[in-house]
Design a protein around this ligand. Sequence first.
Ligand code: FAD
Length: 343
Amino acid sequence: MIKTDVVIVGAGPCGLFQVFELGLLGLKAEVVDSIRQPGGQCTELYPDKPIYDIPGIPVCTGDELTENLLQQIKPFAAGMHLGDEVTVLRPDGDGFYLQTDSGTEFMAKAVVIAAGVGSFQPRALRASGIDCVAENCVHYRVKEPQQFNGKNLVVLGGGDSALDWVLELAPIARRITLVHRRDEYRAVDASVAAMREMVASGKMDLFENAKVTELRGDENALESVIVTNKAGETFEVVADHVLVFFGLAPKLGPIAHWGLDINRKTINVDAERFETSIPGIYAIGDINYYPGKKKLILCGFHEAALAAFAIKQRIEPDKKVHVQYTTTSPIMHDRLGLKDDEE
Ligand SMILES: Cc1cc2nc3c(=O)[nH]c(=O)nc-3n(C[C@H](O)[C@H](O)[C@H](O)COP(=O)(O)OP(=O)(O)OC[C@H]3O[C@@H](n4cnc5c(N)ncnc54)[C@H](O)[C@@H]3O)c2cc1C
């Protein structure tokens, strides 16, 4: 059980900046995100695209903004729990109990939901027979690569995940086949070139402009898949496992069941403290709604600052929370871990 001041659900730009704003006020945070890297939409949807409307940064990519935020929050040493979805959130005594799908438990004095457009989930494969074959033969993420030792693998997709796993698993698999619905790839050029070289030297098989339309086998095992190309031709490929990398799509997911006042796919908050209908649970960034809401990163940053002040006041109701400048305040410098000569 991890005890902390605040658990932040979501490591998108707003969740990361929330760590900073809480840290300046002397509050400790733990951050949980269902995807394996921080940055939310910035890293998941547009890592290389330029953003022009972050105050003071004329231009940066999604990845660069995330890197800068991680650098900025370093002094506060927040616990990062990536690749883990918060599934349970309920009031417990004066605080809140949270649990993730891997079983990690938290007790927090307050919670900030910075869940953006929801939890990113893998897009599912739709193919006939998928409900009849052994569930553990269809994979959307690789947790234990060694389980594929000596197996016939069919990998689906044309992005970095698909190509990375093809290159990593090819040496240990019995045979590996990549099936991609186009002949252009979203993966980095070097990976595509390496994959093509393996195909040319007969080390793996490739179907382009094709998809897997059927899975054959029974509840104990997968035996083969049927690949259908654009011309309607079909091919049977022997397969022990299918690895599906069709990208991730956001879903509100467990948040819908936490008893909050939900407005379509957003959470209603007040525009002063960004508190939800449950006192002590706050929501910032794309996930919240209040009159005038704009889904912009800079708006989420403002919300993080005000939510931090509200949380500090909630945790220490008898103390007045003063605004202090990071430029001049020794307390801020101390919390930022700055030494005198760095000030
Ligand atoms: C193509 C594109 C370009 C954009 N360009 C700009 C721009 O130029 N300027 C701008 O201001 N905005 C831009 N945006 C919008 C901006 O990206 C969002 O406003 C911003 O990402 C919201 O940040 P967030 O932290 O609220 O949520 P997100 O970035 O969505 O992050 C939320 C995180 O919460 C996680 N999460 C959700 N539920 C759970 C759960 N139950 N447990 C664990 N984790 C969970 C998700 O996995 C996700 O990683 C753009 C968006 C897109 C798609």
